[in-house]
Design a binder for this molecule. Structure first.
Ligand SMILES: C[S@@+](CC[C@H](N)C(=O)[O-])C[C@H]1O[C@@H](n2cnc3c(N)ncnc32)[C@H](O)[C@@H]1O
Ligand code: SF4
Length: 357
């Protein structure tokens, strides 16, 4: 049985003002007892073979290369597996990156967010632009060929120039992949308590999204998902597993799994994960989820697959509505496949509902 493997690393040097991912700020390293707990859990899943591994966070670059190696050797990772590690640019040196590469990591994803120094400060990021440049150069020198950068759109006082500067920086540094997220104000974060002024309203945010899609593609990246763009051959294989509803096992507090059609997760509690790790059942995958996730992908929803895999067929009325959405420029509808345009991605939920209900 093959699967993807997600390892959550719930530690950060400092929490960023916008972030709701489960992690403890004020951490400068990953305790060995956490690594041991992760390994114990991996072993519980028995003889699964992993075609991708993703160290996500939190800040997985706080792991030592030795810890990464220890975790990877506890799992049956297939040769040629894609092994990604998320990194905060501030936390990596050439030696560290060389150690990750030697341990088997072959894809690095840097949290860049913006090339604007003032915005980095507003976001509460600990890194500077200079650090981003150093991190990319060090990653390349350490042998990484597959390097992604995360970008957040629609920051306070955002302009198209800020987006241009950010994606041009990533491109000039040789990024093979860009993830570009619209800023979301998450409950319980400093941004929710003290929301900065001049965050773009929904209309402006949509304009920035459409501008970003066009600008990032003009640099040679192809959009393959709502928020993801890649040079040819560099799509994230691990994230594709999520969107295609294939098997993945997530280990660590807050990590979610989908295995043999069943969903389950570990609660957001580091202590309980270390002392008494238990997963909580979270239902089974269904046709609605298949529709929603397929529509996130540029490859879209094939109606013959929907019928074959889930026994769902669209009524003539729904097909008529899809033709209208096509005429309005929200979707393309060719070869029995519904694929959203950038304008359609902005109303992905509404289009999914149109098909589901
Ligand atoms: C786990 S973090 C990435 C790695 C590392 N922790 C770092 O920040 O450098 C995942 C990414 O999610 C995005 N993100 C997190 N919170 C967000 C929010 N509220 N709105 C938009 N994007 C967000 C950021 O781009 C961030 O880099
Ligand atoms: S964005 Fe990354 S570094 Fe910042 S708090 Fe979230 S996980 Fe930690």
């Amino acid at each position: 049985m093959t699967s993807g493997l997600y390892i959550h690393v719930p530690f950060c040097i400092k929490k960023c003002n916008y972030c709701d991912f489960y992690s403890l700020g004020g951490s400068s390293a990953v305790p060995e007892e956490y690594v041991d707990a992760v390994i114990k859990e991996i072993k519980k899943y028995g003889d699964v073979q992993y075609k991708t591994v993703y160290f996500g966070g939190g800040t997985p670059s706080l792991l030592s290369a030795k810890q990464v190696e220890k975790i990877l050797s506890a799992a049956d990772v297939l040769e040629n597996a894609e092994i990604t590690l998320e990194a905060n640019p501030e936390t990596v040196t050439f030696e560290k990156l060389r150690g990750f590469r030697a341990a088997g990591v072959n894809r690095i994803s840097f949290g860049v967010q913006t090339a604007n120094q003032r915005s980095l400060k507003t976001l509460g990021r600990i890194h500077s632009n200079q650090k981003v440049t150093e991190a990319f150069e060090n990653a390349k020198a350490a042998g990484f060929k597959n390097i992604s950068g995360d970008v957040i759109l629609g920051l306070p006082d955002y302009t198209c120039k800020e987006l241009d500067d950010t994606v041009e920086l990533l491109h000039s540094l040789g990024a093979t992949h860009i993830s570009s997220y619209m800023l979301k104000i998450e409950q319980g974060t400093p941004f929710a308590v003290n929301t900065p002024a001049n965050i773009p309203d929904d209309d402006r945010m949509s304009d920035f999204y459409l501008y970003a899609c066009q600008r990032i593609e003009s640099l040679g990246y192809k959009q393959y998902e709502i928020s993801n763009f890649a040079m040819d051959g560099y799509q994230s294989q691990h994230n594709n597993i999520y969107w295609k509803l294939e098997n993945y096992i997530g280990v660590g507090p807050s990590a979610h799994s989908c295995f043999n059609g069943k969903r389950f997760y570990y609660p957001r509690d580091l202590h309980s994960f270390i002392t008494n790790p238990q997963t909580i059942a979270d239902g089974e995958v269904d046709a609605d989820e298949y529709i929603m996730l397929s529509l996130r992908l540029k490859s879209g929803l094939n109606l013959a697959d929907l019928k074959e895999k889930w026994g769902r067929e669209l009524s003539p009325l729904k097909i008529k509505k899809l033709k209208i959405l096509e005429n309005q420029g929200y979707i393309t509808f060719e070869n029995n496949t519904v694929s959203l345009t950038p304008k359609g991605f902005l109303i992905e939920n509404a289009i999914s509902c149109e098909i589901m209900m």
